[in-house]
Design a protein. Structure first.
Lengths: 314, 532
């Protein structure tokens, strides 16, 4: 087990180094740099001004030197300076992480809260009216574009409650935070919940047809015990994989939702930074996302062991 | 006797109330406004967008300013700001300002003539060593400025190369604030220090801008508001819903299009909405250096196809104004009269006749409906650019031109245009001061860095300089119209229309005066107050 862990961790480090090179190079292959954009945005095309900004930001130094400076800084906790806001990148990124993390956490919480039980219900009542309704709901969850759903939710809030949840950074306290994040979290989580519901249903249907489930029933176990103790535990493995992947890839959904609900999180900030070619912000945020994906994959693999005692790593 | 006393007391009270508007206005409150995007920085001198001027003009003062109480910016309505008075020398080449004394920067340091000098030395590029600005998009405005000299702390003189009647108007614009020269350029871009009615307490990307009342503001009794909070909401639908549900007191300037206005009025019937020209015009960039538009005949056919009226109907329900480069009257001071405008290519009253002529030109060149000229219409990949581009593509079919839309990412748009990597482009041009110098020097003068189409006509350059030096307004206007005619004949940058849009605010917000010939001026907010 120890050897496996060491192998997995070193593989994670290698993956992250590879990612860092890819991110760094790809970013510089995109046409235009921050100097072009800063100057062009004023409708000016002054090469002298551009050259001065390029020099000021050190973008005229060899690319290997720039890469090394970034990695060296990263190793020492220095994320560099944001080009556009001219503040330390850590000050720009730091406060936004908890905002997106809370939103993502709440979204995944809703997704699991609704997705797993409804998936089980849909499976155990296969081909009933409830199953059909739940299948339509889950299909719509997968089909609705996030921006459309977000706007619909906002319009409904404006119509019914006379207010829209505009994010306020000064709002403190659990209740205030939940009030602000609940609608966006449901909007983001709806798609994940639909996916989880469908996967739980199909996984449960497969498990419910297994011999050991029939044996449990013949031994007189109650429906609840069969469904939840015997079937669900074994049906959960693929569901956990999907939850892990969904949690890692939630950033895509967050970009749209953070824009529609005006939440100043990292996802919207990343898009904005890409638009301005704000390399320090884009590099560090993309690395953070890469780190989350790699870590989630690792945690999902570890979770298999807990859920299924037959799985052993060594 | 008693009655006389009562009358006298009532008279005095009435006079006081009339003399001091503070009797009616209420002090306090926070004004909440939506902002459409992240301002690139807080440094007005370094940017060219309303996204910077509107929130940050309130942090600064100018030497002089367009009277905020007037509806139109005009040289006749310029009032003192940090300058108490000004005077020209005999040949109108030296402009001397006597400065207000006792004015302090937000950090408590005194404002002096040196600040004025160092600001405009940096803006005009007269001081190579200055690190106050890293870009100066309006350097061309001050190409005639030769020297700035100070006489003690309270007098400053601008020396011009030749008379220039627009010079004072340019100093009165929202784009001409005085910077504090003891503060670094970086600080001015991130958390600027000014002498204005509001101080910056926070400027956070993707979140907002917070300004608080400057208690030491030199204009006693101002501002009325305690604070202004700008919330950055990039999604327009969210901004509108926020305003409609009273989360905001005011929309971003000109943010409410005519189709949206209907929704706003339906959901918030008490909203006060005002439509006005923005002095932003939609125009076509023509690459006259490469085929097919290096051929004057093809350029002429292009403008013959344009139906300005149809553009206006589709884009703004008929509210956009037809005009040449300068904003048309009655809002604009320099625009051509209607009958003169109708004689210009691209503004014909009889569009069918004009299109028939365009088709004839194209047929002579060998193009027909079955064998059209195939081109691309480049434009920024933003709704307000794409919409008119799509209409243009449709109209070009009328003269046997089959065009395809080429949406370009904003970040590379100007670069692409400057490299002449386009055939024609749909563009928007904002004019910050309704004066020909600002518009012509920026967009059509051969040596301007902002003339990114590279239009170069020595005759037009000469006329631009000539009108600029002309002090007789009637003579200047005739020169301006002559330039307009040449630009139109040359198909330099055909104007599709001058945009008109709405700004809305809560009925509780008072003191709002939107100016009709520029969206870039009049954002000091010192006269705004909340009746809450």
């Amino acid at each position: 087990m120890g050897a496996y862990l060491a192998r997995r961790l070193s593989l994670m480090v290698v993956t992250l180094i590879g990612m860092s090179i890819l991110i760094f190079v790809l970013l510089r292959l995109v046409p235009g740099n921050v100097a072009d954009i800063l100057v062009d945005a004023t409708g000016n095309d002054d090469p002298k001004e551009k050259a001065q900004i390029v020099h000021e930001l050190g973008l005229d130094r060899p690319i290997a030197e720039q890469y090394w400076q970034w990695i060296d800084g990263l190793a020492h906790g220095d994320l560099g300076y944001a080009y556009v806001s001219e503040r330390p990148a850590i000050e720009e990124i730091g406060p936004r992480i908890p905002i997106s993390a809370k939103l993502a956490g709440l979204a995944i919480f809703f997704a699991i809260l609704f997705g797993v039980p409804l998936g089980v219900m849909s499976a155990v009542r296969q081909n009933t009216r409830l199953d059909y309704i739940l299948r339509v709901v889950s299909l719509s969850g997968l089909s609705f574009p996030s921006f459309w759903l977000g706007l619909l939710v906002l319009m409904a809030a404006a119509q019914w409650f006379g207010t829209v949840p505009i994010y306020d950074t000064d709002a403190h306290g659990f209740i205030a935070q939940v009030k602000m994040l609940i609608l966006p979290a449901i909007t983001v989580g709806f798609r994940s919940s639909a996916l989880i519901m469908r996967l739980t249903r199909s996984s449960m249907l497969e498990v419910l047809r297994q011999d050991y489930v029939r044996t449990a029933r013949s031994k007189g176990a109650t429906n609840a015990s069969v469904n939840y103790n015997h079937a669900l535990r074994n049906a959960l493995l693929p569901v956990v994989t999907v939850i892990g992947i969904e949690a890692a890839f939630l950033v895509g959904g967050l970009i749209v939702t953070e824009t529609v609900f005006n939440i100043p999180g990292v996802a919207r900030f990343l898009v904005e930074a890409i638009r301005w070619r704000d390399y320090p912000i884009v590099q560090n945020l993309t690395m953070l996302i890469a780190f989350i994906v790699v870590t989630m994959n690792f945690l999902v693999d570890m979770a298999y062991m807990v859920l299924d005692p037959r799985i052993k790593y060594g | 006797m008693g009655f006389q006393r009562v009358l006298l007391a009532a008279g005095v009270a009435g006079l006081m109330a009339a003399a001091s508007p503070a009797f009616a206005q209420k002090q306090g409150g926070t004004l909440r406004i939506t902002h459409r995007e992240n301002p690139p920085s807080a440094s007005i001198h370094e940017e060219s967008t309303i996204s910077v001027v509107q929130p940050f003009m309130a942090v600064f003062n100018n030497l002089v300013v367009f009277d905020p109480k007037e509806k139109a910016n005009s040289p006749d309505h310029i009032v003192p700001d940090l300058a108490e008075s000004w005077s020209w020398n005999g040949d109108k080449t030296k402009l001397t300002f006597k400065l207000r004394q006792g004015v302090k920067w937000h950090d408590g340091k005194p404002f002096t003539a040196k600040d004025v000098k160092c600001t405009f030395d940096a803006v005009a590029g007269l001081d190579d060593k200055s690190d106050l600005l890293r870009k100066s998009p309006r350097k061309i405005w001050y190409q005639n400025l030769k020297e700035i000299s100070t006489n003690g702390d309270n007098e400053v003189t601008f020396t011009l190369g030749r008379p220039q009647s627009s010079f004072l108007s340019m100093l009165a614009s929202g784009y001409a604030p005085i910077y504090s020269c003891h503060v670094s350029g970086r600080e001015m871009r991130t958390k600027p220090i000014g002498t204005g009615p509001f101080k910056v307490t926070e400027f956070r990307r993707n979140e907002g801008i917070k300004l608080v009342r400057n208690p030491d503001y030199w204009k006693k009794g101002r501002p009325y508001l305690d604070a202004i909070e700008w919330k950055i909401v990039p999604n327009r639908a969210t901004r509108m819903l926020g305003f409609e549900s009273d989360e905001f007191d005011m929309t971003f300037d000109s943010d409410v299009t005519f189709p949206l206005l209907k929704d706003v009025k339906a959901r918030r019937p008490d909203a006060v909405c005002e439509a006005r020209p923005t002095n932003v015009n939609s125009n076509i960039l023509v690459n006259r250096d490469s085929p097919p538009f290096n051929n004057p005949d093809v350029r002429r056919a292009l403008v013959d196809a344009i139906d300005n009226h149809a553009f206006s109907q589709i884009l703004s329900q008929g509210h956009d104004l037809d005009g040449a480069a300068m904003l048309p009257p009655p809002y604009g001071k320099w625009g051509m009269p209607k009958e003169m405008l109708a004689s210009l290519p691209g503004h014909a009253a009889d569009i069918e006749k004009s299109r028939a002529e365009g088709r004839k030109i194209m047929e002579k060149l060998g193009y027909t409906a079955d064998k059209p000229l195939r081109i691309k219409v480049a434009t920024r990949n933003i709704e307000i650019y794409r919409d008119p581009a799509v209409i243009l593509i449709d109209q070009l079919k009328q003269v046997h031109i089959a065009a395809e839309l080429e949406p370009i990412d904003s970040s590379v748009w100007y670069n692409k245009i400057a490299k002449k990597d386009y055939q024609i482009g749909m563009n928007l041009t904002g004019v910050s001061v309704d004066d020909p110098d600002v518009n012509f020097y920026e967009n059509f003068f051969s040596k301007s860095e902002r003339n990114y189409t590279g239009y170069n006509n020595p005759e037009v350059d000469k006329l631009i300089n000539q009108q600029s030096a002309e002090v007789d307004m009637d003579k200047r206007k005739k020169l301006v119209w002559e330039i307009e005619k040449k630009l139109a004949d040359d198909v330099a940058r055909p104007v599709i229309g001058h945009n008109v849009a709405n700004t809305c605010w809560s009925p509780k917000l008072k003191g709002v005066n939107l100016q009709v010939n520029s969206i870039y001026n009049g954002w000091r907010f010192e006269d705004y107050w909340l009746d809450k």
